[in-house]
Design a protein around this ligand. Structure first.
Ligand SMILES: [Zn+2]
Length: 897
């Protein structure tokens, strides 16, 4: 089968007949969905294919179910990435040039990018992605296309969105900690990050340790553990800074920490420096407990994290415990700095928290449990730390050695200690990301406390409640995703929504800010509804006023007056209003699971904020896993990112579509394996052969086998439909591509060859199989549908509906017994050798009668001379007990001689 030729043929026909263009048709129910917008910084690859093919298959499925289906597609260019790319190209970055070439850019194109800049890059890749999507057979209404941050009319829409949010007090200005890129001088949102999606700012407490006329500073998330401190850790190889803070105190911290303080509203002046190794072996005074503790060397003190110094609470902190053990095992480490190893004998872990399930020293327990050997086992130590932290924080209580805090819960103590530290001038704060964050410009990010930044007030309880109400009325595929959304809503805090750099729409009332990439891409689906009218009529931006949008999207105002005032005319305004009213809400949005914690949840926040009426809120979300290639995560460094276009060229779109969509379901990762393409290819070829040979079927009269096939077909319709409906394509394909075809072939065999099949029954079954495969193998299905003599597009045909009245349960059962009997006969003959005569014993008359029709079939199949059938109750031959026992298993008892 020439897949590519078939695909080209049908893509041209679809295009010509405009069958995927969705227009308002009030007589028909609609289904509106859209794909996630790809970033136009290269062509799409195998990683995109899973999500996109699922959405397209679902759209096609809904279209066949009779919905006026609109699948829309836009493109994303907001933020830093494309500008960063152009910078790298200009610098002659080999990696970037190579990546673009892999996706199909020529040297000339790359020259153009350098000359014409980001907009050219965005337009170029938009064009190429569109082509690839067409080659994949995605059933998109391309009249609704636009590019975020490039299409000016869409930017106008974003301005309206933010003006509306601001009127409702959802956008606020304030002073907040944000993840910040010091290179870009801009907040770094999830999609601006190379590493650290989902990480957010968290506040650490700084403990101040008196050291000469200065303070050594250590950052901790657990200020309540001050009672268990035994020593201070310092990195001997790091040169620390002495900084004058707010013109008053001198602090010793890492140089990096000093830089961070500058971004956290502290007035800092570097007044000197001190080498870590100079401080090793000296003593400082621990706060609250007012005790002298020794400073010991520890390579795990990272100058980039916290202050670069760490206070040691070995009983409750696995890193500290292990570092002490390592020093004891290797006292040379201490002698190097002139410290007598005897000092270690004086350091005794102090247990200060009582918690169920741990002994005296939780850190020691966990280290034993996880079999940790030394402080280089970073991952295991982190796990131990996390377990202890969680348990102590939630259920721990302070022991008797904690002064006035004895007996209090850990939670309560933490808050009170923080207050005491501040009051006594022994504490302060520093903000850090919850884990490492790296910007797309490759710089490590830190936390900046931003003044006058604009925030979406995601912390607002009423707003959160509305989102939860929305979630409660939505469907989720799979259902288990619902909880992840609820959790995300709970922990989301105010979110910076603007940046200083990159492509994007300027905040309408404060133009020095640009709306960032996860904030301008949350209700763009509503714009699809009007994009066709805007694109086709070349409507000027200046006519798209806030009032016009208020009318279109919120139904406010009078179209006649607005038409005049905006110079847009009443007709166009009403047309857009009608499109929106008809196609909205969004019936399905599907994406990879990485977008749950940001884009997908943000989209709900924005929808419920803009539209008070719940009928405009999204109806369903699908979430899928990532794509692996032969079991491995995709990464540029592994060279396993496969451009989609190349795959289509190699195998054709249908095989890629079905292979990726059926690869996995729920939120499990898909695994791309080219070997499994063969399975699907042979299925489709076998279906094509059936179509070709149909005309050979000649039998006129109807028999039990026809009823059996009809029943099975119905069951396959049911199995396919139920699974497709909840986006379980892997399970659906088990019915559509496997069971149904197997059963059709079984039927042909049972009939004694295709010439002895009943033509109309066989044709109907084959037609059904083609329809059930049409959402996935969309081009081949058209070809086979046409080969059957149909003049219509299968893409627009009615989906087969399950008809229970066509299922003969009893016959299904009888034929299943018959199948098993054949298997048993094979088995017995294998064991006992070839026999001449066979006797079958049945429990009921019905079974006996059913099998009687098959006497000649079975005799021929197994080459018996004689085949006789009896009821078990007939005592003609052999041991009745044995007969009864066999018959109990729903199969006839078999005896050969
Ligand atoms: Zn950056």
């Amino acid at each position: 089968m020439d897949f590519k030729k078939i695909e080209q043929k049908w893509q041209t026909k679809w295009d010509k007949a405009k069958i995927f263009e969705a227009n308002v048709d009030k007589k028909k129910k609609k289904f509106f969905t859209s794909n996630i917008i790809p970033y136009v910084n290269g062509n799409i690859h195998i990683g995109h294919s899973f999500t996109y093919t699922r959405v397209d298959a679902y759209a096609r499925f809904k279209r066949m179910q009779g919905f006026n289906t609109c699948l829309a597609q836009g493109f994303h260019a907001t933020g830093e990435p494309i500008i960063g790319t152009v910078k790298r190209l200009k610098k002659g970055d080999k990696d970037q040039i190579e990546t673009f070439k892999v996706y199909g850019a020529s040297d000339k194109d790359i020259q153009n990018f350098k000359k014409l800049g980001a907009e050219e890059v965005a337009k170029f890749w938009t064009k190429h992605i569109t082509e690839t999507m067409k080659l994949m057979g995605y059933s998109v209404d391309w009249r609704r296309k636009f590019i975020l941050s490039i299409t000016p009319e869409f930017s106008r829409f974003v301005e309206w969105q933010y003006n509306t949010l601001r009127k409702k007090s959802y956008v606020i200005q304030g002073t907040h900690p944000v993840i910040w890129c010091p290179q870009d001088q801009s907040p770094t949102g999830d999609h601006d990050r190379l590493k650290g999606e989902g990480e957010s700012p968290i506040e650490f407490t700084i403990l101040k340790f008196k050291f000469k006329d200065m303070y050594i500073c250590a950052a901790t998330l657990r200020p309540e553990t001050v009672f268990g401190q035994t020593n201070m850790w310092i990195n001997p190889d790091v040169k620390y800074a002495i900084i004058l803070v707010n013109g008053k105190e001198k602090w010793i911290v890492s140089k990096e920490c000093g830089e961070k303080f500058k971004d956290q509203l502290k007035k800092i002046e570097v007044v000197g420096s001190i080498k870590g190794k100079e401080m090793v072996g000296k003593y400082c005074v621990a706060p609250i407990i007012n005790k002298e503790i020794i400073i010991l060397p520890a390579p795990f003190c990272d100058p980039k994290i916290g202050t670069g110094l760490v206070t040691s609470v070995p009983s409750h902190a696995p890193f500290d415990w292990q570092a002490l053990v390592d020093l004891k095992n290797n006292p040379e480490q201490l002698k190097k700095y002139g410290i007598h190893p005897d000092v270690l004998g004086k350091i005794n872990p102090i247990s200060i928290i009582k918690v169920e399930g741990f002994g005296e020293h939780p850190a020691e327990d966990m280290i034993k449990k996880l079999n940790i050997k030394n402080q280089r086992e970073n991952e295991k130590l982190k796990e131990a730390l996390h377990t202890i932290y969680t348990r102590e924080h939630h259920t721990g209580a302070m022991k008797d050695n904690c002064g006035e805090y004895s007996g209090l819960s850990v939670k309560e103590t933490k808050e009170k200690i923080k207050k005491q530290l501040l009051k006594e001038g022994l504490g302060d704060f520093i903000w850090e990301p919850t884990d490492e964050v790296v910007c797309r410009c490759t710089n490590r990010c830190h936390v900046k406390i931003l003044e006058n930044q604009w925030f979406l007030k995601f912390s607002d309880k009423n707003w959160k409640d509305k989102v939860k109400q929305c979630i409660a009325q939505m469907k989720f595929y799979p259902e288990e995703a619902r909880l992840q959304f609820l959790n995300t809503v709970d922990w989301l805090d105010d979110k910076a929504c603007t940046r200083k750099s990159g492509l994007g729409t300027r905040l309408p009332w404060d133009k020095e800010w640009i709306i960032e990439t996860l904030s301008d891409s949350v209700i763009y689906m509503a714009y699809y509804a009007i994009a066709r009218v805007i694109n086709e009529n070349k409507i000027l931006v200046s006519k798209l006023t806030d009032e016009v949008f208020d009318y279109i999207f919120l139904g406010k105002g009078n179209s006649k007056e607005l038409g005049k005032k905006s110079k847009l005319g009443e007709k166009l305004i009403n047309e857009m209003r009608e499109e929106f009213e008809y196609f909205y809400p969004l019936d399905l949005r599907n994406s990879g699971k990485d977008l749950v914690q940001n884009h997908l949840t943000y989209a709900l926040f924005h929808h419920v904020a803009i539209w008070d009426d719940t009928k405009y809120w999204p109806k369903a979300y699908g979430v899928n896993g990532f794509v692996k290639v032969y079991g491995e995560k995709m990464a540029k460094s592994k060279g396993n990112i496969i451009p989609l276009k190349g795959l289509i060229e190699k195998y054709g779109a249908d095989l890629v579509r079905i292979n990726i969509a059926a690869s996995n379901e729920n939120m499990d990762d898909a695994d791309w394996k080219e070997d499994s393409l063969k399975t699907f290819s042979s299925r489709l070829i076998s279906l094509a052969n059936l179509v070709k040979n149909l005309k050979k079927a000649k039998r006129k009269s109807r028999n039990n086998l026809d009823v059996y096939l009809e029943s099975i077909v119905q069951n396959c319709i049911k199995g396919t439909t139920e699974n497709y409906e909840i986006m379980k394509f892997r399970s659906g394909v088990q019915y559509s591509a496997f069971q149904l075809l197997n059963e059709i072939n079984y039927y042909i065999g049972r009939c004694g060859g295709i010439q002895d099949c009943k033509k109309d029954i066989l044709k109907e079954s084959v037609s059904t199989a083609i329809k059930l495969l049409a959402p996935l193998a969309s081009h081949v299905s058209e070809e086979l549908w046409s080969a059957l003599g149909n003049k219509t597009f299968i893409s627009l045909e009615a989906w087969p509906e399950f008809d229970k009245s066509k299922v003969d349960e009893k016959l299904l059962e009888l034929e299943t017994i018959f199948k098993k009997t054949q298997e048993d006969l094979n088995h017995v003959i294998k064991l006992a050798g070839k026999k001449n005569n066979a006797y079958l014993y049945f429990v009921t008359d019905k079974e006996l009668n059913y099998f009687k029709d098959m006497v000649n079939y079975l005799k021929g199949l197994f080459k018996f001379k004689k085949l006789e059938m009896y009821k078990v109750s007939d005592k003609k031959k052999y041991d009745p007990q044995q007969k009864a026992a066999r018959a109990k298993y729903g199969k006839p008892a078999i005896f050969l001689e």
